[in-house]
Write a protein that binds this ligand. Structure first.
Ligand code: SF4
Length: 292
């Protein structure tokens, strides 16, 4: 059991859950779809839903990996539910969502890591909710570029893969992942379709130095990353890694300014920023939109 220092003044999230609980949760249950918002206990849960945005968790709630910052259950996942893509598109239609992020637990048990399932969900979205923009927050597919191509060729508006932390901390924070392999996923997606918007994100406060953060951002730019999110790591439970440091809001503002200097087209940085936070806003920045 490892306790984090007490939350600072600037991290007192207001959990506006009521509209979500009363209006949305029963519908999502009835439609048989899951959201990462619930599994990861996201502090922005109510705000995103009230803006017509949701992050759907595909392929079950059991992950084949055990990242030390993540509240998702680890174990042997259930077989894929082939009807799930249709149900997620139906939920998007029924809830009138404008921007949908499709993500998943890591399914190292599947030959393509779930790439075809993502592609099926995107095409179902195009049929049932053509107005909605789609962002895929993908796993690393064990570095399989063909799996990345399968998702990219289904033409989401945004392809995202989070680096999560700096390379030095990978062994402690995400032991089954690899820094170079994750970079390769982003590089492969951009190479596959250069006009595709590529996005990544880092959690801060796990012991990384400012130099390591800036070096990580430089590497992300070099593989063609367009959008960036920087947010504060928050300990889900005392069985997870403790917070080493709470960065103040001004630290995020400074990093955001340096990231823009490096050429990132959009940067969302702040203590409560998460990779899907205001994702729709980023997608709607017309000047970035390329014809699909
Ligand atoms: S791979 Fe993703 S879902 Fe699985 S434990 Fe790590 S962060 Fe959580």
């Amino acid at each position: 059991m490892q306790k984090s220092p007490p939350l600072p003044e600037w991290i007192k999230p207001v959990f506006r859950k009521r509209p979500y609980l009363e209006y949305l949760a029963p519908r999502l249950r009835r439609l048989g779809v899951a959201t990462v918002c619930e599994s990861a206990r996201c502090p922005n849960l109510g705000e995103c839903f009230s803006q017509g945005e949701a992050t759907f968790l595909l392929m079950g709630e059991v992950c084949t990996r055990d990242c030390r910052f993540c509240a998702v259950q680890t174990g042997k996942p259930a077989p894929l539910d082939e009807d799930e893509p249709r149900r997620v598109a139906l939920a998007t239609k029924e809830l009138g969502l404008k921007h949908v992020v499709l993500t998943c637990v890591t399914r190292d048990d599947l030959a393509d890591g779930g790439a075809a399932h993502f592609a099926a969900a995107i095409s179902a979205m195009r049929k049932l909710a053509p107005w909605a923009s789609v962002e895929v927050l993908a796993p690393d597919f064990r570095g399989d570029c063909d799996a990345v191509k399968t998702v990219v060729q289904a033409a989401p508006e945004i392809f995202a893969h989070n680096m999560e932390t700096v390379s030095r901390l990978y062994p402690q924070v995400r032991p089954q992942a690899d820094w170079e392999r994750s970079l390769e996923v982003l590089r492969c997606a951009k190479k596959c379709r250069p006009s595709l918007l590529i996005k990544s994100g880092l959690m801060l406060g796990l012991g990384e130095t400012r130099e390591e953060i800036l070096d990580a951002l430089g590497q992300l730019r070099r593989v063609g990353t367009d959008f960036l999110t920087l947010g504060q790591y928050l300990q889900p439970t005392q069985n997870h890694l403790p917070v080493v440091k709470y960065l103040p809001p001004e630290a995020y503002r400074e990093l955001a300014a340096e990231a823009k200097e490096m050429g990132f087209r959009e940067v969302l940085a702040g203590p409560l920023v998460r990779s899907s936070y205001h994702a729709g806003e980023m997608a709607r920045l017309e000047e970035h939109r390329e014809p699909v």
